[in-house]
Design a protein around this ligand. Structure first.
Ligand code: FVH
Length: 290
């Protein structure tokens, strides 16, 4: 791989599916790259592509430049960092974490003399190094600004604040919404599965419908901002709860368990029982606070 003299050195801990994709993006952009992985054999192909392989995480971190971590989970990050000298180091953790885990790791790293930035990757490995996907970052703004060019190599960067927990919170909020969508999609396919309707035909219709409905997110946000959940309401809660009985009856008729959709329908009913039939479904959010 041709070295770019102006590209800063990067150290990467973790060569799983995502770590390997990140490594290839930095190598392709000419960044001198040091890598470490618990299972050394996973570094072999990258060594052939120009990466320097460190024997330990501590040795990798001791190399010059930015250190990026992309391991399985918070526990593996703690393991990998336990022996390293972090004094004066810039650490970016792209491992999926909870906000509290990210804040605790930031505090731990800062107490050892490092600057810390947490990241939440909104991409799957094939998107790395393409215009698709991006990474949320939060924590040290100085670190982010210093290494912005290197961080932008694998994917676009979106800085969401000094709180090191915010990147994780944005990441998990988006992933949680995605799983809600996957649940609805699974239910929809289950409904038609035994009928003479091709899943590939339903797929296009589902995508069109979900894309159209996605813009309702902006209305929900505006209602949360104003506190008025009747603002701009087109389909009120009373009507939606009445309609949900048809969803349940159809699941019954088709011999399908409604278990993926009932949690949300039950919350709509509870909000209606609280006397909010003229509102949008936004009030469901209030019921989730513990
Ligand atoms: N892949 C994806 O689609 C998602 C997209 C969004 C972001 N996630 C997060 O990225 C982190 C890494 O994910 P990954 O896809 O690279 O995961 P794996 O391929 O399973 O690789 C795991 C790496 O972690 C190493 N590892 C595991 N346990 C330990 C440990 N105790 N000490 C040191 N390293 C550990 C593992 O090493 P090895 O098994 O090869 O020795 C891999 O390098 C993750 O947070 C996703 O949520 C990916």
């Amino acid at each position: 791989m041709a070295m770019n003299n102006t590209a800063e050195p990067v150290t990467l801990l973790g060569l799983g599916a995502m770590g390997t994709a990140l490594a290839r993006a930095w190598l392709a952009a000419g960044h001198p790259l040091t890598v470490w992985n618990r299972t050394t054999s996973r570094a072999e192909s990258l060594a052939a592509e120009g990466a320097t392989v460190a024997a330990t995480a501590a040795e990798a971190i001791a190399a010059k430049g930015l250190t990026v971590i992309c391991l399985l989970d918070d526990a593996s990050v703690r393991d990998a960092l336990s022996e390293a000298d972090l004094q004066g180091k810039d650490l970016v953790n792209l491992t999926t974490s909870s906000p509290a885990q990210a804040r605790a790791l930031a505090e731990w790293a800062q107490a050892r003399g490092a600057r810390f930035l947490d990241g939440g990757i909104m991409a799957v490995p094939p998107m790395i190094g393409t215009p698709h996907g991006y990474v949320f970052y939060s924590g040290s703004r100085e670190l982010f600004d210093t290494h912005r060019a290197a961080l932008a190599v694998p994917a676009d960067t979106v800085y969401v604040g000094e709180d090191p927990g915010f990147a994780a919170l944005h990441d998990v909020a988006l992933l949680s919404a995605m799983y809600g969508m996957f649940a609805g999609v699974a239910h929809a396919f289950a409904l038609i599965r035994k009928e003479d309707i091709r899943p590939t035909d339903l797929a296009g219709r589902l995508v069109d419908w979900l894309t159209a409905m996605a813009s309702s997110v902006h209305q929900t946000a505006a209602q949360l901002d104003s506190g008025d959940y009747t603002e701009g309401v087109a389909s009120n809660l009373a009507m939606q709860v009445a309609g949900s009985q048809t969803l349940l009856r159809t699941a019954e008729e088709q011999g399908i368990s409604p278990e993926l959709i009932t949690p949300y329908l039950d919350l709509m009913e509870r909000r209606l029982a609280g006397g909010h039939g003229n509102e949008d479904t936004t009030g469901v959010i209030d019921l989730l606070a513990r």
